[in-house]
Design a binder for this molecule. Structure first.
Ligand code: 4GT
Length: 231
């Protein structure tokens, strides 16, 4: 049986997604029916005549806050469109940092509902009512959750069987092996460019030796990166 993965994206800017989703690998997965992405405009759940979805913060302060009503009603309506309730993800700088182990867990879900914020963020009661899983793509601030949602979709989709095409390339990529190592250096033609050459071992045809060299490179790179990173 073909397992379809479904994403529902809740956003004030659905028009940001089609360009990204039309990219070759994703387009093939969507056209082939492996993946379904539905875009929902939170503004459609606003009920005043100005279609407002944001308002000034109680207690004062700069900027605007996303209103509880349109967001909660949008999530509820989208949820009800499918028997599978799906996992609700709120993209937020306060969330748990996305890493490959989170991506692997999300890839086991059949339906993900991705909630993108704008302005200064969400009314706190949205979290109280919906208990979303909050995910951040890194310690920096964006103007909206849309780019973060695309990051989640991109990382999760390449783990869905059949999306990559060549399943092997997945296994060998950074972080997907058992040891969670970074990928080593790679080369393609030409053998020499501006005096820079390809390591001899890669041209040797000695595959056990090549595998050993690559593994060493991965270890070294991972070690260096670990030393650079603050914990
Ligand atoms: C950063 C991230 C994110 C934002 C991140 C609500 C209003 C959040 C704007 C939004 N910034 N979203 N998901 N690091 N900004 O993941």
């Amino acid at each position: 049986m073909l397992q379809v993965m479904r994403f529902d994206v809740l956003t004030l800017f659905p028009e940001m997604f089609p360009g990204y989703l039309g990219q070759s690998l994703l387009k093939r997965a969507i056209d082939g029916g492996l993946v379904e992405v539905r875009l929902h405009n939170i503004r459609d759940w606003s009920d005043d005549r100005h279609k407002s979805v944001d308002d000034r913060p109680y207690g004062g302060g700069p900027g605007m806050v996303l209103m509880v009503k349109p967001v909660v009603e949008c999530v509820e309506a989208v949820r009800a469109q499918d028997a599978e309730a799906g996992r609700l993800i709120m993209l937020s700088p306060q969330g748990r940092r996305l890493d490959q182990s989170v991506v692997e867990r999300l890839a086991t879900e059949r339906r993900l509902i991705l909630l993108c914020g704008r302005y200064e963020g969400f009314d706190e009661r949205i979290k109280q009512l919906l208990s979303p899983e909050e995910i951040s793509i890194g310690d920096f601030v964006l103007n909206g959750g849309e780019v973060a949602a695309m990051v989640v979709i991109d990382a999760v989709l390449r783990l869905v069987p059949g999306v990559l095409g060549d399943e092997r390339s997945n296994k060998q990529d950074s972080f997907s092996g058992d040891e969670r190592l970074l990928e080593g250096a790679q080369y393609t033609r030409p053998r020499e460019f501006r005096g820079l050459t390809v390591p001899e071992v890669l041209l040797s045809g000695n595959h056990p030796e090549i595998a050993r060299w690559r593994h060493e490179q991965s270890l070294r790179r991972t070690q260096q990166r670990t030393e650079e990173r603050p914990t």
